[in-house]
Design a protein around this ligand. Structure first.
Ligand code: PEP
Ligand code: MN
Length: 339
């Protein structure tokens, strides 16, 4: 981190600043030139409060030279992180994971039927929301605990591990009771820091979705919240961000894949369904995700999209999913990968 000292700063103020920074355990190296004085801070600057430094009259400007995230940073963990969930590897060099299922769990018949179909087509995880974050309070909010029970039934019927969204700290206990294999933090909760801290205390993989208008650094800082608490099993998920383009529900930021791969060792899953918001666009976006280097996909599949209680427009049918999987396998093969 580099601090440019203000032109009019008194020596006393600069010495006080240096002492404060040294108190944080950092070394300070000064460079003085004509009309400019610079301090280089050497050491772990992740706990430095940039806003507080900027508020100091002796400071003209502060520039970071290192990323503020440590545990999620590839620099300190060059190898890709790989997690084993019931024998399925997330982040595997060769094999991608496919998480598929309805937006919402609606009934036993629905979730078990879809689970059987997606398993046959080669999906590795069953997804389905029991607690739904909806824009309108009048929309279907999910079946809550009954939804978790139905996911558990579908898991026992098919052997597919489950991924489902947690919205409230108070529900962690029941998610643990139902042995939810991967806990999803939805886009709207990406910066619910108290929730992230609590999830840092458990020992279960967390699928962390990127917020609707969040930067990659913010996503990685949210991952850092979970990891700093001791739970290092974070999976990043790009699910489209808000842009000025209204044709699609969101805009899939495909460059997030190589960028996150460079910055971090955490596995990355792409959700083309929420990115597009349109069923026929799911397959081409999923193909692009594989080519970009994603570790997995999350795809919404519904037995009757027209009647779905949420996100029907972006859901594909089990038959369409089976066809898409066939074609995704061919794309994966080009990249020397499998699905
Ligand atoms: C979902 O997965 O159904 C969902 C609500 O996702 P997101 O948080 O990405 O909108
Ligand atoms: Mn959805």
């Amino acid at each position: 981190m580099i601090i440019v000292i203000s032109q009019g700063a008194t020596e006393e103020a600069v010495q006080k600043l240096i002492a404060d920074v040294q108190d944080l355990g950092l070394d300070v190296q000064g460079i003085s030139g004509v009309g400019a004085r610079i301090l280089g801070l050497v050491g772990d600057t992740s706990a430095v409060d940039i806003d507080a430094l900027n508020a100091n009259d002796a400071v003209e400007k502060v520039t970071r030279v290192q990323e503020p995230f440590k545990k999620a940073n590839r620099k300190f963990h060059p190898e890709n992180s790989v997690y084993d969930v019931k024998g399925i590897k997330i982040g595997d060099k060769q094999k991608l994971v496919v998480m598929a299922g309805p937006c919402s769990v609606e009934s036993e018949e629905q979730i078990v039927g879809i689970a059987q179909d997606i398993k046959k087509a080669g999906a590795t995880f069953l997804r389905g929301g029991a607690f739904k974050p909806r824009t309108s309070p009048y929309s279907f909010q999910g079946l809550h605990n009954d939804g978790l029970k139905l996911l558990d039934i579908a898991k026992k019927e098919t052997g597919l591990p489950i991924v489902t969204e947690l919205m409230d700290i108070a529900h962690i206990e029941i998610f643990e009771k139902f042995d939810v294999d991967v806990i999803q933090v939805g886009a709207r909760n990406m910066q619910n820091f108290e929730l992230l801290k609590e999830l840092g205390r458990i020992n279960r993989p967390i699928l962390l979705k990127r917020g609707l208008a969040n930067t990659l650094e913010e996503l990685l800082m949210s991952a850092e919240y979970i990891m700093a608490g001791g739970n290092e099993q974070v999976i990043l998920c790009e699910r489209g961000i808000r842009t000025f383009e209204p044709y699609t529900r969101n805009t899939l930021d495909i460059s997030a894949v190589p960028a996150l791969k460079k910055l971090s060792h955490l596995p990355i899953v792409i959700d083309p369904s929420h990115a597009a918001g349109i069923n026929w666009m799911v397959e081409p976006l999923a193909k692009s995700a594989i080519v970009a280097g994603a570790d997995g996909l999350m795809i919404e599949v519904h037995n009757n999209p027209k009647k779905a209680l949420s996100d029907g427009a972006q859901s594909i049918t089990p038959a369409e999913f089976a066809g898409t999987m066939e074609r995704l396998r061919k794309v994966a093969a080009v990249e020397d990968r499998t699905i």
